[in-house]
Design a protein around this ligand. Sequence first.
Ligand code: 5GP
Length: 124
Amino acid sequence: MVPPENTPGKTPAKTLFQRIIDRELPGKFVHEDNQCVAIEDINPGAPLHLLVIPRKPLPRLVDATAEDQALLGHLLLVANRLAVEKGYGDAYRVVINSGADAGQSVFHLHVHVLAGRPFRWPPG
Ligand code: 5GP
């Protein structure tokens, strides 16, 4: 799959999040390991709003395969650990938008971790 920000035939551009991971753009890091990083969202939707981002630049969740099973599990465990460490273990929300119509705007898979206010269901 060709990420939307890339043009077929050209060297694939780095995603915005890849550039943050590579320290080419600023980011407030709250976690790093060999598989993923977590940063504060630049436009938080709640008192806690983190993004857990795999180093592997999968564009969308729909692009993941069985090969990514352990990585996807790791992302959720990191999301959980961070929510608990930040004091929000009782109530937090994890969101993955997959595809533009689902609200995805950055085509490098990421897990939103939101907490610190009441949330409604279904989300808008
Ligand atoms: P999406 O809409 O793709 O599910 O989520 C993308 C998220 O990335 C949004 O919540 C948006 O606020 C956040 N974001 C966009 N640009 C930047 C940036 O340059 N730095 C950080 N830390 N977050 C960003």
